[in-house]
Ligand binder design. Structure first.
Ligand code: PMT
Length: 411
């Protein structure tokens, strides 16, 4: 995939070399276009070294324009990614102004454009920026993030640039779109992320799931040609293009959303970290701290995975098992107890499984298993979906010839 990476002047530009590396790892050919203010945060020497191409920054550079003019660059790109994208560049694209090379390319291209905003949270929530975001979205420009968290200015809020691996995965999927592959014509329902079980209007019980694994599974299934419905708990990941996303909050919401669309599904993958228990009743008002100690009555949440596996005519059902010890033993016992077709045993802890970019798993089914070494969740998901597809066809007794998913530009 030919990627024009536009880097604008925000502190998150220091992550640009890592982003280039992540894009290249996925097979991207990256041409960097920097604005003048980006050069205040990262050097073109570093960027040229990681991208393997001279960095472009000047619309009036006769030498560079001779080699590849701004129009050629606009045509060469399969996707234009701007990361970090400042409030200023978003405003310029909205206005149609083209005072520099990057905005000129944006105006001259027919390729999809994605922007990963990065700015102070007050700038992000400013009505002008939000109005620009809305216009960009209406014009089909993909907005990746921003994430929420601590910022370089010392404040906390929405405005952090998403992590390079998350951006690279989203961009790669933009270019790939919905592929042709092992799952063409099949419907795949996937749950992802945590659930939130309210205690009172301001507090809830949740867990550390980021949704990265489930979203990666959804993108991988779409890349194999599946029609994917992604049922997502509250996460701060961009919605994967070409995938129907249903946002839910509680385990009960996720249960309902799953059963609304599972009827004609071929495959169900439960990657969500669903609460096992919820408060018996949500207090209508904020609980006051009058007592030295307090307890909350918890009741069991519905088990979505087990309920799907128990359907008379149900999909091929794949669970995850997040365990901190005896991972394979507990996973196999869940496989049997819930009568699943497959289970993906996932060691989790302080430093693995939840909220990391990488993962390693062992997949178990009735008479076999396959171990997957540590890899990025994106790469791992592609391998897992391929295995799920093969086991699905084997279980249905319809062997299928594996076809290659075409992810490269063919011109
Ligand atoms: O989201 P990330 O930060 O990327 O982290 C990924 C992950 C660690 C959350 C993911 O890889 C994972 O392991 N997901 C399953 C988490 C989990 O809840 O495991 P469990 O062993 O508690 O549950 C077993 C299975 O039952 C899971 O498929 C779960 O989705 C499902 N379940 C559990 C409870 C419930 N009420 N309903 C369910 O469907």
């Amino acid at each position: 995939m030919n990627i024009v990476l536009g880097i604008t002047g925000g502190i998150a530009a220091y992550k640009a070399p890592d982003l280039v590396r992540r894009l290249k790892e996925r097979g991207g050919d990256v041409q960097i276009v920097m604005t003048a203010s980006a050069a205040e945060f990262v050097t073109d020497t570093a960027l040229q070294a990681v991208s393997g191409r001279p960095v472009r920054s000047n619309l009036w550079d006769k030498e560079a324009e001779r080699a590849m003019s701004h129009i050629e660059l606009a045509r060469w790109a399969d996707v234009i990614l701007i990361a970090p994208a400042t409030a200023e560049v978003m405003a310029r694209i909205v206005s149609g102004g083209a005072p520099d090379l990057l905005t000129t390319i944006c105006l001259a291209t027919e390729a999809p454009i994605a922007v990963a905003p990065a700015m102070n949270h007050v700038m992000w929530s400013n009505p002008a920026t939000q109005a620009n975001r809305k216009v960009l979205e209406e014009r089909g420009i993909h907005i990746l993030g921003p994430g929420v968290g601590s910022q370089a200015c010392g404040e906390t809020g929405a405005g952090r640039m998403l992590e390079p691996d998350t951006i690279a995965a989203a961009v790669f999927d933009l270019g790939v779109g919905k592929g042709e592959g092992l799952l063409t014509g099949k419907k795949v329902v996937i749950t992802a992320g945590p659930t939130r079980e309210p205690i009172d209007p301001v507090r809830y019980i949740t867990n550390r799931s980021s949704g990265k694994m489930g979203y990666a599974m959804a993108r991988a299934a779409a890349a194999q040609g599946a029609d994917v419905i992604l049922i997502s708990g509250p996460v701060s990941l961009p919605e994967p293009p070409g995938i129907e996303v249903r946002k839910v909050v509680t385990a009960a919401d996720m249960f309902d959303a799953t059963h609304e669309c599972i009827g004609d599904a071929d495959i169900f993958v439960a990657a969500a970290a669903v609460a096992d228990y919820r408060p018996a009743d949500m207090k209508k008002q904020k609980i006051k701290k009058n007592e030295e100690s307090m307890s909350i009555d918890l009741v069991r949440c519905p088990d979505i995975l087990a309920s799907v596996a128990a359907l008379d005519v149900g999909p091929f059902t794949v669970g995850f098992a997040a365990e901190t010890e005896k991972v394979d033993d507990y996973a196999r016992s869940k496989l049997e107890k819930k009568a699943l077709d497959m289970i993906i045993a996932n060691r989790v802890g302080d430093d693995c499984g939840f909220d990391s970019d990488d993962n390693s798993v062992n997949v178990l089914w009735a008479d076999g298993e396959q171990r997957f070494a540590e890899a990025s969740k994106t790469e791992l998901a592609h391998d897992l979906i391929e295995l799920v597809a093969r086991r699905f066809y084997a279980a249905r007794g319809t062997d299928t010839q594996p076809r290659l998913t075409v992810i490269a530009n063919t011109d």
